[in-house]
Design a protein around this ligand. Structure first.
Ligand SMILES: NC(=O)c1ccc[n+]([C@@H]2O[C@H](COP(=O)([O-])OP(=O)(O)OC[C@H]3O[C@@H](n4cnc5c(N)ncnc54)[C@H](OP(=O)(O)O)[C@@H]3O)[C@@H](O)[C@H]2O)c1
Length: 427
């Protein structure tokens, strides 16, 4: 087991989220231990949600990047140029592994940084730069290498998706919803990068570059945002069975890779149309796979820090791991038998002979075991005079529903065994 020593530059949302995760590492499944040896941000005195006083402080992120104690330099400052770029270059030149969440940096300078990383025989990892906590970069780069990809598309900006979803669902205008999103902290105080489509374009360019082994040329990416979408557009599209979403995509054409971000209308049953709110989703289509879709939280300190940590965990050596990802220092847990007496609501289907009093005998049998009815639906009797009844019960124990079901089964009016299926409250 090896300990990996981190230098973390940027102590904002994601940086502090990562420090929290390092402090909770006993709960994680890293191949070894992670230790923070130094941190850097703009202001040393700023109040932060985590205590960083125990770590060596660096005013200059580039100095931290080159510090001999640092194995992995983690860049979480942001910005395509300036200190983030200087520090990442410094780290790579000093032979450090680099992990970043900075999509602007990778979209603008990814190719040069890749060359620098290769020249110095180190890794440059950026899972968190695209779709936050949704693991798409490594899935594209490592898991889908056996697929000839034709299209990668998705919803890559949670703020834009939140705006269009809320407008349609609440009937409020773009400006009203944006103002509320800023107040609640879902949207930045300056939302231009998001609503103009630029943030999604940075991410789409990174995905397209990986999916199609293309040199990343951001100047060729066409970008349109949601800032011109009106409530009337969403409403009219809805009446036509369509959803309008900001879609980012890369497509392999005969001439090369087309990468664009623009509002697209799609049927309401399309996999991307059903992704609402601040979620991100990425759909990869290719041969001979067909399509695979990944959906989840595309931003936020926790999800984004978890993606950063996932990258860090790839930088331990030796890289060979047990097939189930286990290591000696992990907490070991045992499987236990499922608890038979779980409580939930249940879906109960009974077939009743079509005769008077049958339904009353059914509800009486349930009540005898304390099972009460939330919803009940009875279908008309079929040719053999059997009428199916579906019931959603209130929450009860598995023991009570099983006893009630046995009683129902024994009723004179009951045909065949009832069907009992727990309702998953989490779904
Ligand atoms: N937030 C998310 O949900 C999310 C999701 C995916 C990817 N990302 C990416 O993750 C990165 C960090 O995002 P964030 O939301 O954590 O940003 P943030 O909250 O604004 O934090 C930025 C941090 O960088 C520091 N910083 C800024 N300029 C600096 C400079 N010139 N020198 C030294 N330190 C500097 C700031 O220092 P002070 O604290 O002292 O001001 C702050 O600690 C960005 O590249 C972003 O695109 C974020």
């Amino acid at each position: 087991m090896k300990t990996v020593k981190l230098g973390i530059a940027g102590l904002g949302h994601v940086g502090c989220g990562l420090i929290e995760l390092v402090e909770r590492q006993a709960e994680l499944r890293l191949p070894g231990k992670v230790e923070i040896v130094g941190v850097s941000a703009r202001s040393k005195s700023r109040n932060r949600p985590v205590d960083v006083s125990a770590y060596r402080w660096f005013d200059d992120a580039a100095e931290l990047a080159a510090d001999p104690e640092v194995d992995v330099f983690v860049e979480l400052m942001g910005g395509s140029d300036g200190p983030a770029k200087v520090a990442v270059e410094e780290a790579l030149k000093a032979g450090k592994q680099v992990v970043t969440a900075n999509k602007a940096l990778i979209a603008m300078h990814g190719q040069d940084l890749e060359s620098l990383a290769q020249a110095n025989d180190v890794d440059l990892m950026f899972e968190a730069a695209v779709a936050g906590g949704v693991p798409v970069v490594r899935v594209l780069r490592d898991s889908l290498t056996g697929v000839a990809i034709q299209r990668v598309s998705g919803i890559l900006n949670g703020t834009c998706n939140y705006l269009t979803t809320e407008m349609l669902q609440t009937g409020r205008s773009y400006d009203e919803v944006l103002e509320e999103a800023q107040r609640l902290g879902y949207a930045e105080a300056d939302p231009t990068l998001d609503v103009s489509g630029m943030d999604a374009a940075h991410k789409a360019a990174i995905l397209a570059s990986i999916a199609f082994t293309a040199d990343l040329d951001f100047s060729k990416v066409s970008v349109k945002g949601v800032d011109t979408i009106e409530l009337i557009d969403l409403n009219l599209a809805d009446r036509l069975g369509l959803r309008i979403k900001l879609i980012a995509e890369g497509i392999l054409s005969d001439d090369g890779v087309v990468c664009r971000v623009a509002p697209l209308a799609m049927p309401t049953d399309h996999p991307l149309a059903r992704v609402d709110g601040a979620l991100n989703t990425v759909r990869v289509e290719g041969d001979p796979l067909g399509a695979v879709t990944l959906t989840g939280p595309g931003a936020g300190p926790g999800p984004t820090a978890s993606a950063v940590m996932g990258d860090i965990s790839k930088l331990f050596s030796p890289t060979a791991r047990s097939p189930f990802g286990r290591a000696d220092h992990h907490v070991t847990r045992n499987f236990v038998a499922a608890e038979p007496a779980e409580r939930s609501a249940f879906f109960l289907r009974v077939k009743l002979a079509d005769r008077s009093g049958a339904l009353a005998s059914l509800t009486e049998a349930l009540a005898a075991h304390g099972v009460s009815v939330d919803k009940l639906l009875q279908e008309s009797a079929d040719d053999s005079d059997v009428s199916p009844v579906a019931i959603v019960t209130h929450v009860c124990s598995r023991g009570d529903i099983d006893a009630a079901s046995a009683r129902v089964s024994a009723l004179e009016a009951s045909v065949g065994a009832p069907q009992v299926i727990p309702i998953d409250a989490a779904m």
